[in-house]
Structure formats: C-alpha cells, structure tokens
Design a protein around this ligand. Structure first.
Ligand SMILES: O=C(O)C1=C[C@@H](OP(=O)(O)O)[C@@H](O)[C@H](O)C1
Ligand SMILES: C=C(OP(=O)(O)O)C(=O)O
Length: 455
C-alpha cells in the first residue's frame, strides 16, 4: 500500500545504553485544535511548540482554504482567524491525508455551514468509518453525500439554521465528542454532548480558553454532560503546545527495554486522560520518575526519567483504554519482553485506527517470534525477557498498512531483539513524529533505512 510516495523500508537492531535528554515534539491533538480554533477565532492566535507533522499541516491547509491566515515567523505560528461563524466555502476538496482527527473534527466545524465542503484522504483514511460523525451531523440537519458505508470522499452541506442536539456518544471517542461540539459552535442554542466514558478533554479545555461558553458536569457514575452555547465569540489566544505523550511512548519503551538505558524526556503532557501507558508500565515494574511536575498553559506537564527495567506482565483493564488508546501497539512490544502474560482488554476501537491495529500488532509480533493471541477485542502477549530468538533473521518486514504507530512500535522492538526487525515503510512516521529517526539514533538506537527490502 502506498501513501502517494514510495515506501521507505527500515530496520532496527539490538542496541545498548540509550541515553540523553530529549524534548518530544508538540502534542498532535492539541496542535490540530490550535490550528482549528485559532483559524476560527477573531484576532490573532500565536502558537509555539506546534507539532509540524503531516497530519497537523493538513489541518492548517484546510483552515487556510476556509479563510484563516496562517504564517510561521521564527519559532512561532501566527494565525489571523475568520471569526466564529465566518468560515469561507473551500474552493477545492479538503485533503486530510492520513488524519482521522483533522478530518472528523473539521467535518463538525464546517459541516453545519450553508455551503458545500468535500473531504478526502489517503488510502488509510478512506477506509475508516465516518458514520460516527456523520450521524449526529445528519441530526443537526446536515445533508451528507458519502461513499458506501459512510466512507470518504464525503460532501457536506449544512442547513440555513442547524438544530442544536443532545448527543450521547456511543463509543469512547474524543473525535466524535469534538465533532459534535464544533458543529455546535455555529448552531444557535445549546448543543449538549453526553459522554458516558471520559476521553481526552482538549476540546473542552481549549474552547473554554478561547472564550466559548462551555460547561462540564460529571455525575456520580462519571458520566459527563458538556453544554456549549452556539454562535458565541471566540478570541485568539497564545498557546504553548506541550510534548506529545503518544510520541513519548516510543523512546520511553525503548529505554525500558534496552539494557543500561537512562533517558530524560522533557516537557511531556501529563493530562490524566492521556497517561494510561505510564501507569500501566509502572504497574509492570518500569523505572519511570516523574520529575518537575508543573502546570503550563492550563495543562499538567512533567519531565520523565526512564531507565532500563525488568518488566512483568499485567492485566490492563478495559476502562483504561481511552487514556492510552494510541499506545497499545508499543505496550504490546513492552509486554513481549516482560516476564509472564500481559492481557489487554477493551480494544475494539483499535480496529478502526489508521490500520486495524489489533491485527497489525498481532501479525507483527508473530512475524518476529512473539507468542500472542488476538481476540475480538483483546490481545494476550506471553513475554520473553531478553528477547532471545526475537526479530526476523530472514529480513521479512512487518506490514505497516500506512500506520505510523505500527512502524514506530516495531522499530522499537528491534532495539532489544536478538535479530533485526524490519518494517515495510517508515515514511508514514512523518504524519505524527517527523523527528523520530533522528531523535532515536541520537540516543544511540540502531535504526537505518533498509533499501534491500525495496527490491
Ligand atoms: O481527539 C483526538 O485528538 C484523538 C482521539 C482519538 O481518536 P478516537 O476519537 O477515534 O478515539 C485518538 O486515537 C487520536 O489519535 C486523537
Ligand atoms: C489514531 C490516530 O490518529 P488519527 O485518528 O488522527 O488518524 C493516532 O495518531 O494514533
């Protein structure tokens, strides 16, 4: 499968003593929202620490196509927004590349406007379900034209006056919650989202920061009711994006698995809706010190010191999934090197990510000698400390299916395996973590491009 440019095969090999101090690029979820809300708000928004990955850049291009002015001056991104309710009709289809977040949130943001907007993406995004966002938009009065099964390309046309709805999010998805709230921004009256299981809360926090009248009520069972008053004024903000905990996961797990490692990762977002992996790894016996915990721009951040550790298997409960949803592939790699069995529950959402991550992870583990079982919504990994026999001596590559997290996870695996681990494409990593190769090799990781596979 291709993402429009040639595949870039890569492989990693057994490494020792990863060490150094690094800063991880900005959080992807907050970066998307910074471009969107800055592009929508009145006046100027200034962003530092933005993730300059392909996914986020595509969101910026979409906002430009709808009237926002965006430029980079030195280290700062400076945006002049259109004002809430004043997006312009895009003249061409909006291409979100590989990004579910950019595409689904923008469908909410512009779908309720009384003009046509068309959404396209790469081979991965075009297979992902959009009905989860299109259904509530239909309830608000949006006309939807889509490909069979509510896949891309999708064209939306809003009504003159959208209906404010009360929507109970049927799956644990911050993208769905956010799409409905963003549609509510240009809808008169109160749009209400009921979230039975809490997911990342960046949309709520950032919209409040931009001046939206948004309230959150949590009942005794943890069910959240979010109410947003539509057609209010949003005002440009100054944002410093903290480091992405989902990107942090890769050097962090690498340092745990590679003997003798000692690594400091600075300025990591520690919002509790994002820290499930750290908790799980600590339960497994990982040596992770959370240092300099502080608050910055309304978010918790900290520096992490990570040292090579002997891990043991654990059961990861289903209710932890939303706080580590993108981290399961790399957790599975950690589990492969732990003593005993790791059981991961409640993984149904993994099937609709950039790839079917449950089967892509299980297939990659098996290809590289790991004993594991894929269930309908579970993954069980029986670990082997030391990784003897792991890797693929014949050089057979893990199929990444246009999924950056599968590529990075298996490149981490090779750093602690007896034989090298190959992936069929590392180019896709640029969607979320363009600095991955340089950052990892700078710590001492042996990762290289693997032209021999290209033939
Ligand atoms: O809202 C967001 O920024 C995201 C929500 C999650 O997706 P779902 O809403 O599909 O769970 C996550 O997997 C994605 O990487 C980013
Ligand atoms: C699921 C992810 O992103 P998205 O849904 O935005 O493509 C991810 O980055 O792991």
């Amino acid at each position: 499968m291709s993402h429009g440019i040639a595949l870039k095969p890569a492989k990693s090999r057994k490494s020792t003593n990863l060490s150094g101090t690094v800063r991880i690029p900005g959080d992807k979820s907050i970066s998307h929202r910074s471009f969107m809300f800055g592009g929508l708000a009145s006046g100027e928004t200034r962003i530092t620490g933005l993730l300059e990955g392909e996914d986020v850049i595509n969101t910026g291009k979409a906002m430009q196509a709808m009237g926002a002015r965006i430029e980079k001056v030195g280290a700062e991104w400076i945006i002049q927004g259109t004002g809430n309710g004043a997006l312009l009709a895009p003249e061409a289809p909006l291409d979100f590349g590989n990004a579910g977040t950019g595409c689904r949130l923008t469908m909410g943001l512009v779908g309720v406007y009384d003009f046509d907007s068309t959404f396209i993406g790469d081979g991965s995004l075009s297979k992902r379900p959009m009905g989860r966002v299109l259904d509530p938009l239909r309830e608000m009065g949006v006309q939807v034209t889509s490909t069979a099964g509510d896949r891309l390309p999708v064209t939306l046309r809003g009504p003159r006056t959208p209906n404010p709805i009360t929507y109970r999010v049927p799956m644990a998805s911050a993208q769905v919650k956010s799409a409905v709230l963003l549609a509510g921004l240009n809808t008169p009256g109160i749009t209400t989202v009921i979230e039975p299981v809490m997911t990342r809360d960046h949309t709520e926090k950032m919209l409040q920061g931009f001046g939206a009248n948004l309230t959150v009520e949590t009942d005794g069972d943890g069910v959240r009711t979010i109410r947003l008053e539509g057609r209010g004024r949003l005002v440009g903000q100054v944002i410093d994006v903290p480091g992405d905990p989902s990107s942090t996961a890769f050097p962090l797990v690498a340092a745990l698995l590679v003997p003798g490692s000692d690594l400091v990762i600075e300025n990591v977002l520690m919002n509790p809706t994002r820290t499930g992996l750290i908790l799980t790894l600590q339960e497994m016996g990982a040596d992770i010190d959370v240092m300099n915990a502080r608050s910055a721009g309304g978010e918790d951040v900290a520096d992490l010191r990570v040292r090579g550790s002997e891990l043991k298997g654990v059961t990861v409960p289903a209710d932890r999934a939303p706080s580590m949803i993108d981290e399961y592939p790399v957790l599975a790699i950690a589990a492969a090197f732990a003593e005993g069995t790791t059981t991961m529950l409640g993984l149904e959402e993994l099937r609709v990510k950039e790839s079917d991550r449950l089967s892509a992870t299980a297939a990659g583990l098996k290809l590289n000698g790991v004993d594991c079982d894929e269930g309908k919504e579970t993954l069980v990994v029986r670990g082997r400390p030391g990784g003897k026999g792991y890797g693929n001596a014949a050089g057979k590559a893990v199929v990444t299916h246009l999924d950056h997290r599968i590529a990075m996870s298996f490149l981490v695996m090779g750093l602690a395996s007896e034989h090298p681990v190959s992936v069929d494409d590392a180019g896709i990593i640029a969607t979320s973590f363009p600095e991955f190769m340089d950052l990892m090799t700078g710590l001492g990781a042996r990762i290289e491009s693997d032209e021999s596979q290209a033939a």
